[in-house]
Design a binder for this molecule. Structure first.
Ligand code: UD1
Length: 372
Protein backbone atom coordinates (compact mmCIF):
# COMPACT_ATOMS: atom_id res chain seq x y z
CA UNK A 1 0.00 0.00 0.00
CA UNK A 2 1.15 3.49 -0.75
CA UNK A 3 -0.11 6.92 0.31
CA UNK A 4 0.96 10.27 -1.03
CA UNK A 5 0.86 13.28 1.32
CA UNK A 6 0.79 16.69 -0.35
CA UNK A 7 2.04 19.78 1.51
CA UNK A 8 2.72 23.28 0.29
CA UNK A 9 2.35 26.06 2.83
CA UNK A 10 3.59 26.70 6.36
CA UNK A 11 0.61 25.41 8.37
CA UNK A 12 0.42 22.21 6.28
CA UNK A 13 3.68 20.90 7.71
CA UNK A 14 2.50 21.34 11.30
CA UNK A 15 -0.78 19.49 10.59
CA UNK A 16 0.59 16.58 8.63
CA UNK A 17 3.82 15.75 10.53
CA UNK A 18 2.08 13.87 13.40
CA UNK A 19 0.13 11.77 10.90
CA UNK A 20 3.26 10.88 8.96
CA UNK A 21 4.95 9.83 12.21
CA UNK A 22 1.99 7.65 13.21
CA UNK A 23 1.69 6.09 9.74
CA UNK A 24 5.25 4.75 10.14
CA UNK A 25 3.72 2.12 12.45
CA UNK A 26 1.21 0.85 9.86
CA UNK A 27 2.65 -2.42 8.47
CA UNK A 28 2.92 -2.69 4.70
CA UNK A 29 2.33 1.02 4.11
CA UNK A 30 4.75 3.30 2.32
CA UNK A 31 4.12 7.04 2.58
CA UNK A 32 5.60 9.42 0.05
CA UNK A 33 5.61 13.22 0.44
CA UNK A 34 5.11 15.81 -2.29
CA UNK A 35 5.90 19.49 -1.64
CA UNK A 36 4.16 21.81 -4.07
CA UNK A 37 6.54 24.70 -3.34
CA UNK A 38 3.72 27.20 -2.66
CA UNK A 39 5.90 28.38 0.22
CA UNK A 40 9.54 28.34 -0.75
CA UNK A 41 11.40 30.63 1.70
CA UNK A 42 13.38 28.62 4.23
CA UNK A 43 11.62 30.37 7.12
CA UNK A 44 8.19 29.35 5.78
CA UNK A 45 9.06 25.88 4.58
CA UNK A 46 12.44 24.12 5.01
CA UNK A 47 12.92 25.04 8.65
CA UNK A 48 9.44 23.69 9.48
CA UNK A 49 10.13 20.39 7.74
CA UNK A 50 13.35 19.99 9.73
CA UNK A 51 12.02 21.05 13.12
CA UNK A 52 8.91 18.89 12.76
CA UNK A 53 11.14 15.96 11.83
CA UNK A 54 9.24 15.29 8.62
CA UNK A 55 10.67 13.09 5.88
CA UNK A 56 12.43 15.11 3.19
CA UNK A 57 9.85 15.47 0.37
CA UNK A 58 10.24 12.85 -2.37
CA UNK A 59 8.84 15.25 -4.97
CA UNK A 60 9.01 19.02 -5.24
CA UNK A 61 6.88 20.89 -7.78
CA UNK A 62 8.40 24.34 -7.19
CA UNK A 63 5.18 26.15 -8.13
CA UNK A 64 6.08 29.34 -6.21
CA UNK A 65 3.94 32.47 -6.00
CA UNK A 66 1.21 33.48 -8.41
CA UNK A 67 -2.47 34.18 -8.72
CA UNK A 68 -4.95 31.71 -7.27
CA UNK A 69 -5.57 30.13 -10.67
CA UNK A 70 -1.85 29.97 -11.43
CA UNK A 71 -1.06 28.29 -8.12
CA UNK A 72 -4.02 25.90 -8.14
CA UNK A 73 -3.54 25.03 -11.82
CA UNK A 74 0.20 24.42 -11.42
CA UNK A 75 -0.47 22.14 -8.43
CA UNK A 76 -3.09 20.18 -10.42
CA UNK A 77 -0.75 19.66 -13.37
CA UNK A 78 2.18 18.63 -11.17
CA UNK A 79 0.18 16.38 -8.84
CA UNK A 80 -1.55 14.65 -11.77
CA UNK A 81 1.87 13.72 -13.19
CA UNK A 82 3.14 12.38 -9.86
CA UNK A 83 -0.09 10.42 -9.26
CA UNK A 84 0.43 8.68 -12.61
CA UNK A 85 4.01 7.81 -11.60
CA UNK A 86 3.35 6.80 -8.00
CA UNK A 87 -0.12 5.28 -8.34
CA UNK A 88 -0.92 5.76 -4.63
CA UNK A 89 -3.87 4.13 -2.89
CA UNK A 90 -4.71 7.39 -1.15
CA UNK A 91 -3.84 11.08 -1.22
CA UNK A 92 -3.53 12.94 2.09
CA UNK A 93 -4.07 16.72 2.04
CA UNK A 94 -4.21 19.04 5.07
CA UNK A 95 -5.92 22.37 5.57
CA UNK A 96 -7.34 24.89 3.16
CA UNK A 97 -4.56 26.42 1.09
CA UNK A 98 -4.38 26.50 -2.71
CA UNK A 99 -2.09 23.45 -2.68
CA UNK A 100 -4.80 21.51 -0.80
CA UNK A 101 -7.45 22.23 -3.40
CA UNK A 102 -5.19 21.71 -6.44
CA UNK A 103 -3.97 18.33 -5.16
CA UNK A 104 -7.48 17.19 -4.23
CA UNK A 105 -8.90 18.10 -7.65
CA UNK A 106 -6.13 16.23 -9.45
CA UNK A 107 -6.62 13.12 -7.26
CA UNK A 108 -10.39 13.23 -7.64
CA UNK A 109 -10.15 13.13 -11.45
CA UNK A 110 -7.53 10.38 -11.27
CA UNK A 111 -9.79 8.24 -9.08
CA UNK A 112 -7.41 8.31 -6.10
CA UNK A 113 -9.22 8.37 -2.73
CA UNK A 114 -8.67 11.63 -0.85
CA UNK A 115 -8.08 12.03 2.88
CA UNK A 116 -8.72 15.59 4.05
CA UNK A 117 -7.07 16.56 7.32
CA UNK A 118 -8.89 19.38 9.19
CA UNK A 119 -12.12 18.82 7.37
CA UNK A 120 -15.46 20.53 8.05
CA UNK A 121 -14.29 23.98 9.17
CA UNK A 122 -16.54 26.75 7.86
CA UNK A 123 -16.31 30.55 8.13
CA UNK A 124 -19.31 30.94 5.79
CA UNK A 125 -17.38 33.83 4.30
CA UNK A 126 -17.08 33.23 0.57
CA UNK A 127 -14.70 36.15 0.19
CA UNK A 128 -12.03 33.98 1.81
CA UNK A 129 -10.17 31.85 -0.73
CA UNK A 130 -9.67 29.32 2.06
CA UNK A 131 -13.46 28.84 2.43
CA UNK A 132 -13.75 27.88 -1.24
CA UNK A 133 -10.77 25.55 -0.85
CA UNK A 134 -12.30 23.89 2.23
CA UNK A 135 -15.78 23.36 0.85
CA UNK A 136 -14.65 21.98 -2.50
CA UNK A 137 -11.99 19.74 -0.96
CA UNK A 138 -14.50 18.31 1.52
CA UNK A 139 -17.04 17.68 -1.23
CA UNK A 140 -14.63 15.46 -3.19
CA UNK A 141 -12.89 13.75 -0.26
CA UNK A 142 -13.38 10.12 0.72
CA UNK A 143 -12.19 10.31 4.32
CA UNK A 144 -12.88 13.54 6.20
CA UNK A 145 -10.82 13.90 9.37
CA UNK A 146 -12.36 16.45 11.73
CA UNK A 147 -10.74 18.20 14.67
CA UNK A 148 -13.89 19.14 16.57
CA UNK A 149 -17.54 18.18 16.93
CA UNK A 150 -18.68 21.35 15.16
CA UNK A 151 -16.79 20.34 12.02
CA UNK A 152 -18.64 17.02 12.02
CA UNK A 153 -21.94 18.93 12.35
CA UNK A 154 -21.01 21.31 9.53
CA UNK A 155 -20.41 18.35 7.24
CA UNK A 156 -23.65 16.68 8.29
CA UNK A 157 -25.45 19.94 7.42
CA UNK A 158 -24.04 19.58 3.89
CA UNK A 159 -25.15 15.95 3.64
CA UNK A 160 -21.70 14.47 4.33
CA UNK A 161 -21.92 11.89 7.13
CA UNK A 162 -21.38 8.25 8.01
CA UNK A 163 -18.19 6.21 7.87
CA UNK A 164 -16.36 8.72 5.68
CA UNK A 165 -16.29 11.24 8.56
CA UNK A 166 -13.98 10.67 11.52
CA UNK A 167 -13.57 12.90 14.57
CA UNK A 168 -9.88 12.45 15.36
CA UNK A 169 -8.87 15.71 17.05
CA UNK A 170 -6.34 18.38 16.22
CA UNK A 171 -3.03 17.21 14.78
CA UNK A 172 -1.65 20.76 14.97
CA UNK A 173 -1.85 20.43 18.75
CA UNK A 174 0.07 17.13 18.59
CA UNK A 175 2.96 19.04 17.01
CA UNK A 176 2.65 21.79 19.59
CA UNK A 177 2.65 19.41 22.57
CA UNK A 178 5.53 17.36 21.23
CA UNK A 179 7.79 20.31 20.54
CA UNK A 180 6.83 22.73 23.31
CA UNK A 181 9.56 21.53 25.73
CA UNK A 182 12.23 21.99 23.04
CA UNK A 183 10.75 25.37 22.13
CA UNK A 184 10.84 26.51 25.77
CA UNK A 185 14.44 25.38 26.10
CA UNK A 186 15.52 27.04 22.86
CA UNK A 187 16.24 30.53 24.25
CA UNK A 188 13.88 32.39 21.87
CA UNK A 189 12.79 34.92 24.51
CA UNK A 190 16.38 35.84 25.35
CA UNK A 191 17.35 36.09 21.69
CA UNK A 192 14.47 38.47 21.03
CA UNK A 193 15.02 40.44 24.25
CA UNK A 194 11.61 39.49 25.70
CA UNK A 195 10.37 38.52 29.14
CA UNK A 196 7.59 36.05 29.99
CA UNK A 197 4.17 37.81 29.82
CA UNK A 198 5.99 41.05 29.04
CA UNK A 199 4.88 41.51 25.42
CA UNK A 200 2.05 41.30 22.91
CA UNK A 201 2.65 39.03 19.90
CA UNK A 202 1.02 40.06 16.61
CA UNK A 203 0.66 38.19 13.29
CA UNK A 204 -1.25 39.66 10.35
CA UNK A 205 -1.05 38.27 6.84
CA UNK A 206 -4.51 37.94 5.29
CA UNK A 207 -4.73 39.66 1.90
CA UNK A 208 -8.14 41.17 2.81
CA UNK A 209 -6.40 43.12 5.56
CA UNK A 210 -2.80 43.72 4.56
CA UNK A 211 -3.30 44.35 0.83
CA UNK A 212 -5.57 47.29 1.57
CA UNK A 213 -3.57 50.29 2.90
CA UNK A 214 -6.68 51.99 4.31
CA UNK A 215 -7.30 48.86 6.43
CA UNK A 216 -3.72 48.10 7.40
CA UNK A 217 -2.58 51.63 8.31
CA UNK A 218 -4.99 52.22 11.24
CA UNK A 219 -4.15 48.81 12.73
CA UNK A 220 -0.42 49.50 12.56
CA UNK A 221 -1.07 52.90 14.13
CA UNK A 222 -2.94 51.41 17.08
CA UNK A 223 -0.36 48.66 17.59
CA UNK A 224 2.34 51.30 17.54
CA UNK A 225 0.37 53.20 20.17
CA UNK A 226 -0.04 50.03 22.27
CA UNK A 227 3.75 49.62 22.11
CA UNK A 228 4.13 52.78 24.24
CA UNK A 229 3.08 50.73 27.28
CA UNK A 230 4.13 47.14 26.41
CA UNK A 231 6.51 45.59 23.88
CA UNK A 232 4.67 44.59 20.70
CA UNK A 233 6.44 41.92 18.64
CA UNK A 234 5.38 41.37 15.05
CA UNK A 235 7.02 38.61 12.99
CA UNK A 236 6.32 39.62 9.41
CA UNK A 237 4.91 37.38 6.72
CA UNK A 238 6.57 38.33 3.37
CA UNK A 239 3.27 39.75 2.12
CA UNK A 240 2.90 42.02 5.17
CA UNK A 241 6.53 43.11 4.98
CA UNK A 242 6.06 44.18 1.36
CA UNK A 243 2.95 46.19 2.21
CA UNK A 244 4.57 47.85 5.24
CA UNK A 245 7.59 48.80 3.16
CA UNK A 246 5.24 50.35 0.61
CA UNK A 247 3.62 52.39 3.43
CA UNK A 248 7.02 53.88 4.22
CA UNK A 249 9.33 53.84 7.20
CA UNK A 250 8.04 55.31 10.38
CA UNK A 251 4.66 53.57 10.14
CA UNK A 252 5.70 51.13 12.83
CA UNK A 253 8.41 52.95 14.77
CA UNK A 254 7.76 51.39 18.17
CA UNK A 255 6.97 47.87 16.99
CA UNK A 256 9.55 45.12 17.37
CA UNK A 257 9.45 43.75 13.87
CA UNK A 258 11.12 40.41 13.03
CA UNK A 259 11.51 38.10 10.07
CA UNK A 260 8.99 35.21 9.93
CA UNK A 261 9.88 32.97 12.87
CA UNK A 262 10.76 29.33 12.65
CA UNK A 263 8.25 26.96 14.25
CA UNK A 264 10.02 26.42 17.60
CA UNK A 265 10.65 30.11 18.16
CA UNK A 266 7.11 31.03 17.20
CA UNK A 267 5.51 28.58 19.63
CA UNK A 268 7.94 29.73 22.34
CA UNK A 269 6.82 33.32 21.75
CA UNK A 270 3.13 32.37 21.75
CA UNK A 271 3.58 30.37 24.95
CA UNK A 272 5.10 33.27 26.90
CA UNK A 273 3.05 36.14 25.44
CA UNK A 274 0.79 38.29 27.57
CA UNK A 275 -1.63 38.57 24.65
CA UNK A 276 -1.71 37.51 21.01
CA UNK A 277 -3.38 39.48 18.21
CA UNK A 278 -3.84 37.65 14.91
CA UNK A 279 -5.77 37.13 11.71
CA UNK A 280 -4.44 33.57 11.33
CA UNK A 281 -6.43 30.37 11.77
CA UNK A 282 -3.81 28.15 13.39
CA UNK A 283 -2.77 30.78 15.92
CA UNK A 284 -6.33 30.87 17.31
CA UNK A 285 -5.93 27.14 17.98
CA UNK A 286 -2.40 27.19 19.36
CA UNK A 287 -3.11 30.04 21.80
CA UNK A 288 -6.22 28.19 22.99
CA UNK A 289 -4.20 25.06 23.68
CA UNK A 290 -1.53 27.14 25.45
CA UNK A 291 -4.04 29.14 27.51
CA UNK A 292 -2.84 32.49 26.16
CA UNK A 293 -5.52 35.10 25.39
CA UNK A 294 -5.99 35.75 21.69
CA UNK A 295 -7.80 38.58 19.90
CA UNK A 296 -8.74 37.67 16.35
CA UNK A 297 -8.89 40.64 14.03
CA UNK A 298 -11.52 39.28 11.66
CA UNK A 299 -15.30 39.40 11.26
CA UNK A 300 -15.67 35.63 11.43
CA UNK A 301 -13.82 32.50 12.33
CA UNK A 302 -14.01 28.96 11.00
CA UNK A 303 -12.78 27.90 14.44
CA UNK A 304 -15.58 28.94 16.87
CA UNK A 305 -14.53 26.14 19.24
CA UNK A 306 -11.56 28.34 20.18
CA UNK A 307 -14.07 30.93 21.42
CA UNK A 308 -16.44 28.57 23.22
CA UNK A 309 -13.76 26.30 24.72
CA UNK A 310 -10.51 28.21 24.30
CA UNK A 311 -9.04 31.66 24.86
CA UNK A 312 -9.99 33.32 21.59
CA UNK A 313 -12.13 36.41 21.15
CA UNK A 314 -13.38 37.69 17.81
CA UNK A 315 -13.10 41.47 17.72
CA UNK A 316 -14.18 42.25 14.14
CA UNK A 317 -12.19 44.49 11.81
CA UNK A 318 -12.62 47.83 13.56
CA UNK A 319 -9.37 49.28 14.92
CA UNK A 320 -11.20 50.99 17.82
CA UNK A 321 -12.74 47.65 18.86
CA UNK A 322 -9.31 45.99 18.74
CA UNK A 323 -7.77 48.80 20.75
CA UNK A 324 -10.51 48.58 23.41
CA UNK A 325 -10.31 44.76 23.59
CA UNK A 326 -6.51 44.81 23.90
CA UNK A 327 -6.56 47.39 26.69
CA UNK A 328 -9.31 45.49 28.50
CA UNK A 329 -7.38 42.24 28.22
CA UNK A 330 -4.14 43.82 29.42
CA UNK A 331 -5.87 45.41 32.41
CA UNK A 332 -6.94 41.96 33.62
CA UNK A 333 -4.58 39.70 35.59
CA UNK A 334 -3.22 36.89 33.43
CA UNK A 335 -5.29 33.75 34.05
CA UNK A 336 -3.05 30.68 33.96
CA UNK A 337 -4.54 27.43 32.63
CA UNK A 338 -5.01 26.13 29.13
CA UNK A 339 -8.35 25.81 27.35
CA UNK A 340 -9.72 22.27 27.33
CA UNK A 341 -10.91 21.28 23.90
CA UNK A 342 -11.99 17.65 23.53
CA UNK A 343 -9.51 15.53 21.55
CA UNK A 344 -6.91 18.30 21.35
CA UNK A 345 -4.76 16.04 23.45
CA UNK A 346 -1.62 15.29 21.46
CA UNK A 347 -2.97 11.94 20.21
CA UNK A 348 -4.80 13.06 17.08
CA UNK A 349 -2.03 11.82 14.75
CA UNK A 350 -2.38 8.15 15.82
CA UNK A 351 -6.21 8.38 15.59
CA UNK A 352 -5.93 9.88 12.10
CA UNK A 353 -3.46 7.16 11.07
CA UNK A 354 -5.87 4.49 12.28
CA UNK A 355 -8.69 5.93 10.16
CA UNK A 356 -6.38 6.19 7.13
CA UNK A 357 -5.20 2.58 7.61
CA UNK A 358 -8.84 1.43 7.72
CA UNK A 359 -9.61 3.30 4.47
CA UNK A 360 -6.57 1.74 2.78
CA UNK A 361 -7.47 -1.75 3.99
CA UNK A 362 -10.96 -1.41 2.48
CA UNK A 363 -9.52 -0.14 -0.78
CA UNK A 364 -6.92 -2.89 -1.05
CA UNK A 365 -9.49 -5.61 -0.34
CA UNK A 366 -11.91 -4.21 -2.94
CA UNK A 367 -9.10 -3.97 -5.53
CA UNK A 368 -8.02 -7.56 -4.88
CA UNK A 369 -11.65 -8.76 -5.11
CA UNK A 370 -11.92 -6.99 -8.47
CA UNK A 371 -8.64 -8.57 -9.66
CA UNK A 372 -9.85 -12.05 -8.65
C1 UD1 B 1 -1.19 30.98 2.30
C2 UD1 B 1 -2.62 30.44 2.43
C3 UD1 B 1 -3.20 30.89 3.77
C4 UD1 B 1 -2.29 30.47 4.93
C5 UD1 B 1 -0.89 31.05 4.67
C6 UD1 B 1 0.08 30.63 5.77
C7 UD1 B 1 -3.86 30.22 0.31
C8 UD1 B 1 -4.98 30.76 -0.49
N1 UD1 B 1 -3.50 30.94 1.38
O1 UD1 B 1 -1.30 32.38 2.24
O2 UD1 B 1 -4.45 30.25 3.95
O3 UD1 B 1 -2.79 31.02 6.13
O4 UD1 B 1 -0.42 30.55 3.40
O5 UD1 B 1 1.25 31.39 5.73
O6 UD1 B 1 -3.31 29.21 -0.03
N2 UD1 B 1 5.93 34.57 -0.33
C9 UD1 B 1 7.28 34.64 -0.11
N3 UD1 B 1 7.91 33.48 0.24
C10 UD1 B 1 7.26 32.30 0.37
C11 UD1 B 1 5.88 32.25 0.13
C12 UD1 B 1 5.22 33.39 -0.20
O7 UD1 B 1 7.91 35.66 -0.22
O8 UD1 B 1 7.91 31.30 0.72
C13 UD1 B 1 5.23 35.82 -0.68
C14 UD1 B 1 5.01 35.98 -2.13
O9 UD1 B 1 5.16 37.33 -2.46
C15 UD1 B 1 3.58 35.56 -2.32
C16 UD1 B 1 2.95 36.00 -1.01
O10 UD1 B 1 3.97 35.82 -0.04
O11 UD1 B 1 3.00 36.15 -3.44
C17 UD1 B 1 1.75 35.18 -0.64
O12 UD1 B 1 2.06 33.79 -0.60
P1 UD1 B 1 0.93 32.69 -0.92
O13 UD1 B 1 1.48 31.34 -0.70
O14 UD1 B 1 0.33 33.00 -2.23
O15 UD1 B 1 -0.18 32.94 0.13
P2 UD1 B 1 -0.11 33.28 1.68
O16 UD1 B 1 -0.49 34.70 1.81
O17 UD1 B 1 1.18 32.84 2.32
Amino acid sequence: MRALAVVGARPNFVKVAPILHALEDVPGLEVRVLHTGQHYDRALSGSFIEQLDMPHPHHHLGIGSGTHAEQTGAVMIGVERILAEERPDALIVPGDVNSTLGAALAASKAGVPIVHVESGLRSRDWNMPEEINRVVTDRISDLLLCHCEEAVENLAGEGIAGDSVALVGNTMIDSLMRLLPAARAGGALERHGLSRRGYVLVTLHRPALVDEPTRLAPVIELLDDLARSLTVVMPLHPRTRARLEAMGAGAAQRLTVTEPLEYLDFIALQDAARLVITDSGGVQEETSALGVPCLTYRDNTERPVTITHGTNRLVGVRPDALSAAAREELARPFAEGAGQIPLWDGQAGPRAAEAIAALLATRVSSLSRRAA
